[in-house]
Design a protein around this ligand. Structure first.
Ligand SMILES: Nc1ncnc2c1ncn2[C@@H]1O[C@H](COP(=O)(O)OP(=O)(O)OP(=O)(O)O)[C@@H](O)[C@H]1O
Ligand SMILES: [Mg+2]
Length: 305
């Protein structure tokens, strides 16, 4: 089943990935956050794949599974044919370098007591990107400029002294330095306004072309999916119900849930907007009925959103 990749191409394969969590009140005492997720991420040609679905549908769980933070209950995730949860030291280093996260709130991974230069020097050291701190600084400046940040302005600042858009661009600068084959972006633009959001997406699309990066882009926002183009996977209650080209899925959805999701997007037609918006509320109400109380997992607390 595993494809053997060409030497320069890298591949992440998910096969029947399932993630269960203990949940009080749920049938059998657990809930299935992800069920039977099977898809590939390939580095050649680089692609953007959006994973779209509403809150609680299992998107972040899949991201954590791929990032090696949450071992699935069943199924496999392989990197170039090897199980990512049983990689040798060398293969694991390769994976950590080549599969980079971008999260909604970079505060979660910024040390608040470190200035931006130190945050980025940490990545330089960890991944041995430069021989000397001076070379490291040159690299950092180059990467900040690549994401249109002024090094003089941001290097000496603490994370809280930056705007949300600037903080997210620091994460992009980090990606620029590391040049991973894969970026796993979990709602990276949800907290940004439309203009800053567009700038972020443009940089990501530019990286895809210039540095041949493949991105799994998690969002609940269909306009972002539309802007990114490429492929989209629709996830509903832990199950990927539809996958295809964005243009096709958005014009001819095959699954009723995709159609509902599309119908909930406010469109610039005053006669349709409110009627259509109500649909998502109905979907959400249905979801609530089937929802279970989730027992907190202390291991995961405070890790990632
Ligand atoms: N560590 C955990 N322990 C128990 N349940 C969890 C855990 N992590 C996630 N869940 C549950 O799994 C389901 C999927 O959660 P997940 O965070 O993947 O959703 P999501 O699609 O990312 O939602 P959002 O759009 O709100 O970020 C939810 O019901 C959630 O409560
Ligand atoms: Mg999430």
């Amino acid at each position: 089943m595993t494809n053997t990749p060409a030497p320069e191409s890298k591949i992440i394969e998910l096969r029947q990935v399932q993630q269960r969590f203990h949940a009080r009140g749920a049938a059998g005492g657990y809930l299935t956050a992800v069920d039977d997720a099977t898809f590939d991420l390939t580095s050649e040609p680089p692609q953007v794949i959006s994973l779209v679905g509403q809150s609680g549908s299992g998107k972040s769980t899949i991201a954590r599974n791929i990032l090696g933070l949450q071992k699935p209950t069943a199924g496999t995730i392989t990197y170039n044919g090897q199980d990512i949860y049983r990689l040798s030291r060398a293969a694991s280093d390769d994976y950590r370098r080549n599969v980079q996260p971008v999260f909604q709130d970079p505060y979660a991974i910024f040390n608040p007591f470190y200035r931006v230069d130190r945050v980025l020097q940490t990545a330089v050291k960890k991944f041995r990107l430069a021989k000397t701190p001076q070379d490291g600084l040159e690299l950092i400046k180059e990467s900040l400029e690549a994401v249109r940040l002024d090094p003089e302005q941001v290097l000496g600042r603490y994370p809280h002294q930056l705007s949300g858009g600037q903080r997210q661009r620091i994460m992009l600068a980090r990606i620029h330095m590391l040049r991973p084959a894969f970026v796993i972006a979990d709602e990276p633009v949800s907290m940004l306004d439309a203009q800053v959001r567009k700038a972020f997406l443009d940089i990501l699309l530019d990286f895809q072309e210039t540095y041949r990066m493949t991105t799994l882009f998690i969002t609940h926002d269909l306009s972002t999916v539309h802007y990114l183009g490429g492929d989209v996977m629709v996830i509903h209650r832990g199950v990927i119900v539809e996958r295809g080209k964005v243009s096709e899925v958005m014009t001819r959805p095959k699954h009723s849930y995709t159609a509902q999701l599309l119908a909930s997007v406010p469109i610039p037609d005053p006669n349709r907007r409110w009627k259509d918006r109500i649909n998502l509320a109905e979907v959400e109400a249905e979801e609530e009925e089937g929802a279970a109380t989730v027992a907190p997992d202390p291991e995961q607390a405070g890790r990632l959103s």
